[in-house]
Design a protein around this ligand. Structure first.
Ligand SMILES: Cc1cc2nc3c(=O)[nH]c(=O)nc-3n(C[C@H](O)[C@H](O)[C@H](O)COP(=O)(O)O)c2cc1C
Length: 218
């Protein structure tokens, strides 16, 4: 299985969020598991310009930075762990920038069959809104969300154990293709909402429209 950990703290290897995410990695099996780690702080990333080029020609973004290669890794992964510090009850700007630049994955539900886990740390430990946002992003791209983990800045022993467990759950879900019926309903509702949009914009978003037709969704 292929696991991608995307961490958005500027503290990179010394980040509390990343340390917690590494505990999640400990729950993954040693064999048959390829782990790739991306620190967004190492990446050149510009904001989405809303030019819609990636909808007209799939993922054909005119911005020449590191986002294309990150999106490629996301599309190849079976499981993605998004690790972000809590910045004013949200993910960091860099993580949000990546999410914005992945709008095609939302239009075409490109994460169907994938699993996403969230990891957050903060000064207060009040991280529900941030984890909820990561879960929302997963669902809107078509992925299921086995869970999220959070901690205050210094790693708490309880969070450490919970993090390892989350890694174990993520691995089992991927291996056994587990289904969360309530989440599949949310994902299906989102797909239905996009059906109208894609049909309406068929002349503008030619390749996304063709993607939907090829899938038999339109
Ligand atoms: C711009 C900014 C905004 C922050 N906002 C919050 C916040 O709303 N609530 C909170 O509890 N901590 C907040 N913090 C603290 C960080 O979330 C906390 O220090 C976190 O553990 C840093 O993680 P890292 O070591 O992985 O970078 C903020 C920090 C920064 C730099």
């Amino acid at each position: 299985m292929k696991i991608l950990l995307i961490s958005s703290s500027p503290h990179k290897g010394k980040s509390s969020t990343f340390l917690l995410a590494q505990e999640v990695l400990k729950g993954l099996p040693q064999e048959d598991c390829r782990i790739d780690i991306v620190h967004l702080a190492d990446c050149a990333m510009e904001f989405c310009r809303h030019c819609e080029a990636c909808h007209k020609n799939i993922l054909n973004c005119p911005i020449n930075d590191d986002v294309a290669s990150i999106l490629e890794k996301m599309l190849e992964a079976d499981g993605i762990i998004f690790a972000s510090p809590n910045y004013i009850s949200q993910v960091t700007g860099s993580m949000k920038t990546l999410f914005d630049r992945s709008a095609h994955c939302i239009h075409c539900k490109r994460f169907l069959g994938k699993y996403v886990a969230g990891v957050v740390s903060s000064g207060s430990g009040r991280n529900k809104e941030v984890l909820d946002y990561i879960s929302f992003y997963a669902h809107t791209c078509g992925a299921q969300y086995p869970g999220g983990i959070s901690s205050i800045r210094l790693l708490e022993p309880a969070a450490r154990n919970e993090a390892v467990k989350l890694g174990e759950i993520l691995a089992v879900d991927i291996k056994e293709k587990n289904q969360y019926p309530n989440q599949l309903e949310i994902i299906e509702r989102s797909r239905q909402q996009f059906k109208e949009v894609i049909a309406m914009r068929k002349n503008d978003w030619e390749e996304e429209y063709r993607f939907w037709v090829d899938k038999g969704w339109l």
